[in-house]
Design a protein around this ligand. Structure first.
Ligand SMILES: *Cc1c(COP(=O)(O)O)cnc(C)c1O
Length: 229
């Protein structure tokens, strides 16, 4: 059996187990297989084993892979840092962009979405850990942000994304995830389409499930360790 498939099955079993324990419905949770740095033949293998949602971090790599698999039943999610001038590589192919942090990005996504005749679903990335190396809005910035982008009709905010801080202290990770959920609950009173919580990676996805994640972004637990050249 394929190693990737085995890994994926284990991840799914783990998620189901936590769902059962915490009273959550597994069908509300989407797993994005983060394939950054892995070549097309590995993605092909994953696809042949039933994985249909892939996440990528780098704009040109994202476009290369999306074009390579053009016509397949695959959802491509962009989860990396955004450079506005590279959004043209992303918007034509993205089912969901997880990592929006600036009004200027939304303006550009709106312009490109119009051009390609689509409405682009996005998530707003929040930085709740205070780590300066991480992108994202602070809690007290999200309301103004949503006001400033309300005029962009070809962009739809369907949720929030965050990354846990780099720590082995589970309680700190949990606090960040639960904070994101509280912000979502509050916002959804005025913005009912803000539903999704993209949180949880290979090392913390089970905590994220317990704290209400609807989208998990899992790389190394499925594909193995990455090598960067
Ligand atoms: C790389 C990456 C992931 C996946 O990380 P793993 O630890 O390999 O699961 C998830 N989210 C973002 C934003 C990433 O850059």
């Amino acid at each position: 059996m394929s190693k990737i498939f085995e890994n994926y099955q284990r991840v799914i079993e783990n998620i189901k187990e936590v769902c059962e324990k915490s009273g959550r419905d597994f069908s509300e949770i989407k797993v994005v297989a983060v394939s950054k740095t892995f070549p097309e033949d590995i993605i092909e293998e994953a696809f042949q084993n039933g994985i249909k949602i892939f996440g990528e971090n780098y704009a040109q790599e994202f476009r290369r892979k999306a074009e390579h698999f053009n016509g397949r039943d695959i959802e491509w999610h962009y989860i990396g840092r955004i450079q506005t001038n590279k959004l043209k590589y992303i918007v034509p192919y993205a089912k969901l962009i997880h990592s929006v942090t600036r009004v200027e990005e939304v303006r550009k996504i709106d312009e490109l979405s119009k051009k390609f005749g689509k409405t682009q679903d996005i998530l707003v990335q929040m930085n709740l850990s205070g780590e300066v190396t991480k992108a994202g809005l602070k809690k007290d910035e999200i309301n103004d942000f949503l006001n400033s982008i309300s005029k962009y009709n070809n962009v739809k905010v369907i949720g929030l994304m965050t990354m846990a801080p780099f720590t082995s202290d589970e309680s700190i990770i949990r606090k960040v995830f639960s904070e994101l959920r509280k912000i979502r609950d509050e916002l959804s009173k005025n913005y009912p389409e803000i539903k999704h919580l993209s949180m949880g990676m290979s090392n913390d996805y089970l905590i994220a499930v317990e704290e209400g994640a609807t989208i998990l972004r899992i790389g190394s637990a499925i594909f193995g360790e990455r090598e960067y050249n």
